[in-house]
Design a protein around this ligand. Structure first.
Ligand SMILES: Cc1cc2nc3c(=O)[nH]c(=O)nc-3n(C[C@H](O)[C@H](O)[C@H](O)COP(=O)(O)O)c2cc1C
Length: 158
């Protein structure tokens, strides 16, 4: 089974999660595509697709939204997994529901909130100020949820 993990990541969390999924599925059968650089991905070459993005100021990356919109018909024909990185746990489900179109959420074999990180080393000055003000957090913190990643991998393989 060939799997494509298609993602977008600002500060590296979603990329880490994508890599953890790839390791769990076996790297020989799983390819990663970062939508920052990957264009015209041939989805027909893959048996299953996993898509992941992250939330900034309430929204998932536009590249993920565009990808889902432009490829919806094809995505509805294949086993699909969706995941999301974010840090506001109380808003996480609502943010997920706004991030991915309903037809894809309903079709997906697995939908997971895989946690998030604040990576201060990779934030710019304004981002650091914003995060300090909103969350009261001053240092890098990782809350990647490995259990949810393993659940996603298991549900995709059922
Ligand atoms: C400027 C900024 C804004 C953020 N806004 C939100 C938000 O609105 N809701 C939320 O749950 N998490 C928010 N986060 C947390 C990110 O979703 C989290 O850092 C995530 O791990 C980023 O993943 P990435 O590095 O793959 O982009 C924000 C983080 C930053 C730096």
């Amino acid at each position: 089974m060939k799997t494509a993990v298609i993602y977008r990541s600002h500060h590296g969390t979603t990329e880490k999660v994508a890599t953890m999924i790839q390791q769990a599925l076996g790297s020989e059968n799983c390819m990663l595509f970062n939508l920052k650089t990957s264009k015209n991905i041939d989805l027909s070459a893959f048996d299953r697709i996993i898509i992941g993005g992250s939330i900034h100021a309430g929204n998932i990356q536009n590249k993920i939204k565009e990808f889902c919109k432009n490829n919806q018909d094809l995505l509805l024909e294949k086993p699909l997994g969706l995941f999301l990185s974010c840090m506001e746990e109380d808003k996480a489900q609502e943010q997920f529901d706004n991030a991915y179109p309903e037809p894809l959420r309903k079709h997906a074999l697995s939908c997971k909130l895989t946690g998030g990180e604040f990576n201060f080393d990779r934030m710019n000055f304004i981002e650091k100020m914003l995060i300090r003000k909103i969350s009261g957090i001053n240092d890098s913190v990782s809350k990647i949820n490995n259990d949810k990643i393993q659940e996603l991998v298991a549900e995709m393989s059922d």
